[in-house]
Design a protein around this ligand. Structure first.
Ligand code: AHM
Ligand code: MG
Length: 339
């Protein structure tokens, strides 16, 4: 590469494929399709205030949550792009009740399925804070040549081939992980391409930021309350009190956690025993990314990636981020006498 020359996402994924002579390039091609969908969604997000796409759609998703217009637009964009892809047998989306199989010949001969949360953090849309698209790619377990099945989408996170997110923040970035590591690409608006800006991302082992909806404290376990006290306690040698940051957009909060270190939590509480966030659309992909960067993600009792999904939209509690902070949080929040 020439000094100072940008490496586009397309060039990067092709270079990665070339390292493995047996690789077919299908996964790379699928990542590039998702990047295209990201650019199309970005175009809508960037003009959100100027066109009639802010606000509620007037419909609810399967979880009874109000859908924003941009949620629906992002969902339709991803489905459209992936249906036209040569490498996707079907999709499942946080916004749709059931998975969708693409039944044309090219799609039924494809070996991957994609799951996504088209626009995470959508309560932030109307206030111009960071939002994002989260995606997961699994190799299907159903026979190639036939339509995909629900089993393809109910695989645990430890079977993921790749996962990533596109964050629509002060700049637009695509971050994706494979077992080889995590790389981040910033959208260069003048050429309309994602360019490598954050090679080989690593999540620091320690951090100084804790992130959760502290407004729910009254509903947390005694152990978790004790951990929050610990975060706020003064201890110069250990760098406490920690700072509290919470955007209310998992992509935004975890992008910061990945870069600066820290812990993000959406734990169980007395009214939501499984927390709020969805295993297949949010917790698995984010844990896969953070673990590929050297961090960790747990439900409090097990590695998120080892949870066997039983339904598409199931929720799990999550503690994710810097290894040492997550270990401390779990040790305190899940101490037997305090749960
Ligand atoms: P969404 O997928 O409907 O946008 O909901 C998920 C979001 C996460 O991005 C965020 O971490 C969480 O919900 C915030 O929830 P709360 O407002 O309860 O703190
Ligand atoms: Mg979400």
């Amino acid at each position: 590469m020439l000094k100072g020359q940008l490496i586009t996402l397309d060039e990067f994924t092709i270079q990665e494929t070339r390292k493995f002579p047996q690789a077919t390039g299908e996964l790379s091609s699928l990542l590039r399709d998702i990047a295209l969908a990201g650019k199309l969604i970005n175009k809508q997000v960037r003009k959100a205030g100027l066109s009639d796409i802010l606000g509620a759609q007037g419909t609810s998703n399967i979880q009874g949550e109000e859908q924003m217009k941009l949620d629906v637009l992002a969902d339709e964009t991803l489905i459209h792009v992936l249906k036209n892809s040569t490498d996707c047998a079907g999709i499942a989306s946080e916004e749709n009740d059931d998975h969708v199989c693409f039944e044309d010949t090219v799609s039924t001969n494809s070996k991957y399925v994609v799951l996504f949360d088209p626009l995470d953090g959508s309560s932030n849309i109307d206030v111009n804070a960071s939002i994002g698209t989260i995606f997961s790619i699994y190799r299907r377990v159903s026979p190639i040549g036939q339509p995909c099945t629900i089993e393809d989408f109910l695989q645990p996170g430890n079977k993921l081939m790749a996962a990533g997110y596109i964050i629509y923040g002060s700049s637009t970035m695509m971050v994706y992980a494979t077992k080889l590591g995590v790389n981040g690409f910033t959208l260069e608006p003048s050429i309309g391409e994602f360019c490598l800006s954050h090679p080989n991302m690593k999540c620091p082992e320690n951090g100084k930021i804790y992130s959760l909806n502290q407004g729910n404290t009254v509903k947390y376990s005694a152990g978790l309350k004790a951990y929050l006290e610990y975060c706020m306690e003064s201890n110069k040698a250990e760098g406490r009190p920690y700072s509290h940051r919470y955007i209310g957009s998992m992509v935004g909060d975890l992008h910061r956690t990945l870069i600066k270190g820290g812990i993000f939590m959406y734990p169980a509480d007395s009214s939501s025993p499984n927390g709020k966030l969805r295993l297949q659309y949010e917790c698995n992909p984010m844990t896969f990314i953070v673990q590929a960067a050297g961090g960790t993600g747990s439900t409090g009792t097990m590695d998120v990636l080892d949870v066997q999904p039983t339904e598409l939209h199931q929720r799990v509690p999550i503690y994710i981020g810097s290894k040492n902070m997550v270990a401390k949080a779990i040790a305190m929040a899940h101490a037997p006498e305090t749960v």
